[in-house]
Design a protein around this ligand. Structure first.
Ligand code: SF4
Ligand code: SF4
Length: 345
């Protein structure tokens, strides 16, 4: 089935406030086509000289954990191990910190971190606030897709969501159950939700990219997933592959998989594990207001500052964060919180 290409010119959303010239210019200067998520990802995972310093500029992108809860228990993800308290973010804190991030010049806001944000009932309001009240040029979301029903996706698109990405990591209902621990029949619901997201997007002329990524696990997974990926691909603006991360050492080698060091990004644009771009070019805020140095801070060991008590800039340039970045720049990882993650290199 061929789905008509979305016309970006039709993407004006009723109710979206007019943006200033500066904000529109900034939006145009963000990398590449709005329908190419990999260009945006690659721009964040590339550690260029501007950011390669112990106290780098404020990052272009920040992910914020509306909730740390998740409805799946994927074997490769330390979320399932419940290594830190899991709850939802306080809404007043969200508003305060999101406004501050925008005032500091952050351009891309991910309304998720290590949980499933469709479990958060104020997800559309969070998107609306970031997009319409604070004027973020780009608000993005990654979901496992299980609860991303057409109705809820439309609420997010109406609120101004720019990018919706599905983590689509299984070939069939049986593998879905094996990997996530959740009932096999939800696999079909996820596929339906992906297709519905595209229909909703096109019918409403929403200016939101729809994407999916898949983890390769091992060499066989590409072949095993071929049919499932072929089924969803016509509904996506882009699909891409990821390696199986070791999640800061917490899941390396789980179920006999091959361990991998650091967070090398996506297949096709793999980055060196050291220095790790995640420390320099993207912020991560946990539901309880900590600035985390790592994209896989499942156990709280990467806390670089309490944002309920200090400004983002102060935590971004805090002494612990500078020490960790210095260790990466000088390739002295033993003894740091990253030691377990890169030990497999
Ligand atoms: S990989 Fe995603 S969906 Fe799976 S347990 Fe982790 S956060 Fe949940
Ligand atoms: S543990 Fe350190 S090296 Fe590994 S992904 Fe996190 S920040 Fe990067």
């Amino acid at each position: 089935m061929v789905v008509p290409k979305h016309n970006a010119q039709q993407g004006t959303r009723p109710g979206v406030s007019r943006r200033s010239l500066a904000q529109r210019t900034e939006a145009l200067s963000t990398p590449s086509s709005p329908r190419k998520i990999t260009s945006r990802i690659d721009a964040i995972t590339e550690l260029n000289n501007d950011y390669r310093q112990v106290a780098p500029p404020i990052p272009r992108s920040v992910k914020i954990e509306l909730t740390a809860r998740c409805d799946l228990n994927c074997f490769f993800c330390a979320t399932a191990k419940r290594l830190r308290h899991k709850a939802d973010m306080d809404r007043d804190f969200y508003k305060r910190i999101v406004r501050e991030l925008r005032d500091e010049g952050v351009q891309e806001l991910g309304v998720f971190y290590l949980g499933e944000s469709f479990l958060c009932d104020w997800l559309p309001e969070a998107i609306r606030y970031a997009k319409q009240d604070c004027g973020f040029p780009y608000v993005f979301l990654t979901t496992n897709g299980r609860m991303a029903t057409a109705e809820r996706v439309e609420q997010c698109m109406q609120a101004g969501l720019d990018s919706l990405k599905f983590s689509f990591n299984n070939a069939d209902p049986e593998q879905f159950h094996e990997v996530t621990g959740v009932r096999a029949k939800d696999f079909a619901n996820i596929i339906r939700n992906i297709k519905d997201a595209r229909r909703v997007r096109d019918a409403g002329h929403y200016d939101c990219g729809i994407y999916a990524s898949s983890i390769q696990y091992d060499g066989e997974q590409l072949t095993r997933m071929q049919k499932a990926v072929d089924e969803i691909r016509p509904y996506l603006d882009e699909h891409y592959w990821l390696p199986l991360y070791g999640q800061a050492g917490l899941t390396s080698g789980e179920r006999g998989t091959t361990p991998i060091a650091g967070n090398p990004g996506r297949v096709g644009a793999l980055r060196p594990p050291i220095p790790c771009w995640a420390l320099f070019t993207e912020g991560h805020i946990t539901f309880d207001g900590r600035l985390s140095a790592c994209c896989f801070d499942h156990d709280g060991r990467f806390n670089m500052g309490d944002l309920t008590k200090m400004p983002f800039r102060q935590a971004w340039h805090s002494e612990p964060f500078q020490q960790l970045r210095r260790a990466h720049l000088e390739n002295r990882i033993p003894g740091t919180v990253c030691e377990k993650c890169v030990a497999y290199e």
